[in-house]
Design a protein around this ligand. Structure first.
Ligand SMILES: *Cc1c(COP(=O)(O)O)cnc(C)c1O
Length: 397
């Protein structure tokens, strides 16, 4: 018994390895100190303006609006798309709840669509079926929120064509895919509106923040107005529309500018980590890594794979628990939104009748530590621990 305890203490003696922690450099401090020195401690200022210009330039978008969160950016995009109380909005099911919450803010109804096995992203055919069903039943369909999961763009071209055919606005939730490409264009610039997030776990972070991008500068000006309490241009506080307090702080934009200078290096590192995990673990029976679509380049924001319990002799959940006991944070793939109690009454369109892909990815999927600050030694420890968990599956699980 003592031997076992000692062993357990040894494997846990390393500091916790996190899924996707912030990774800061030196330039962030230089810009933040400038914000302090110049006393621009406000939800506007030169770093906000510069951050917007730099994101627009990086993505090739005509304009950008810095906001307090990616969720705020989605909310404003949906309102710009004309979504009102009682309208319908299509949304990917395999995503974080923030993709769909803003649909509820506007009193609209989300309709969820399954993913395809090739990309783990929205299935264009199921999307088409959903558009037809909603319009055939006489409801007003206004927009689609298409998510680019774990750093990879959805197959946006057929989805955009369907949007055009049904006259609905395509909003790209690119919160997880800043820096990815699809058919030669930046992820987030295929939709009429694109949304990025700088939350603490994203590929670059401002601790919290978001960005709305679009080629429609008039629409961005409207969103900017709404995001600053919709204050009319008058010295006495006058308001003709309902607004929000959604702008990004100049201090946080300063962090974002430093982070953005490192984005390409961060992407390369995350892709390296994916490749090393894949090389070392793909030979294990029952393990299958998230495929990379031939239509673009993923950032591999998170390394994700599925575990077939029959072949591997262990379930995804057991593997996650085993890693957690050894101080390594792994996570399941997002719980699909159509399975969430919050959306129990929303419609769902699976890959095909009676077969839902995202249900299976949720049951079998694992995300491994993927932060760009992860060292090779730490990654080796994760890999060896996965192997140990498998070898000891009968005694340790
Ligand atoms: C992180 C995330 C968001 C929300 O971004 P916040 O900046 O945290 O509000 C939205 N959608 C997806 C897919 C995300 O991963």
């Amino acid at each position: 018994m003592n031997g076992q305890l000692k062993n357990a203490a040894q494997v846990d003696s390393h500091p916790r390895i996190w899924l996707s922690p912030p990774h800061l450099g030196e330039q962030e401090k230089v810009y933040v100190e400038d914000a302090f020195r110049s006393n621009w401690i406000a939800p506007l200022g030169p770093h906000v303006d510069a951050f917007e210009r730099e994101i627009a330039q990086y993505t090739g978008s005509h304009g950008a609006l810095a906001l307090a969160s990616g969720t705020a950016a989605l909310h404003l995009a949906l309102r710009l798309a004309g979504v009102e109380h009682g309208d319908y909005v299509i949304c990917s099911s395999l995503t974080f709840v923030a993709s769909a919450n803003p649909i509820l803010y506007l009193g609209a109804h989300p309709v969820f669509v399954d993913v395809e096995p090739e990309t783990w992203n929205m299935c264009p055919l199921a999307f088409e079926r959903a558009c037809r069903a909603v319009t055939d039943s006489g409801h007003t369909l206004k927009a689609a929120v298409v998510v680019n999961l774990y750093g990879q763009s959805a197959d946006l071209q057929p989805i955009a064509e369907t949007c055009d055919r049904y006259g609905i606005v395509l909003i790209e939730d690119a919160a997880e895919s800043l820096g990815a490409t699809y058919r030669g264009k930046a992820s987030g610039t295929w939709g009429k509106y694109g949304v990025f997030s700088f939350n603490g776990n994203k590929i670059i972070t401002t601790s919290g923040g978001g960005m709305l991008v679009s080629d429609d500068l008039a629409a961005l000006a409207t969103a900017r107005h709404w995001a600053t309490q919709a204050r009319d241009p008058a010295p006495h506080y006058q308001h003709s529309a309902m607004g929000y307090n959604y702008r990004l702080s100049n201090v946080l934009a300063a962090i974002g500018r430093g982070q953005l200078e490192q984005l390409d290096a961060r992407i390369n590192r995350r892709r390296d980590l994916f490749r090393r995990y894949q090389q070392r673990l793909e030979g294990i029976e029952g393990f299958r890594f998230m495929p990379e679509s031939p239509s673009g380049r993923s950032t591999r924001w998170l390394t994700a794979f599925t575990v077939d319990e029959e072949l591997a002799g262990v379930s995804a959940g057991q593997l996650i628990d085993c890693l957690a006991r050894r101080n390594i944070e792994a996570r399941p793939v997002w719980k699909p939104l159509h399975l969430q109690p919050l959306f129990a009454r929303s419609a769902y369109f699976p890959y095909f009748e009676g077969y839902s892909v995202c249900d299976r990815l949720f049951a079998e999927g694992i995300c491994l530590p993927s932060g760009s600050s992860l060292t090779n030694e730490e990654q080796d420890l994760v890999i060896v621990t996965v192997e140990t968990c498998l070898q000891n599956r009968n005694s340790l699980l």
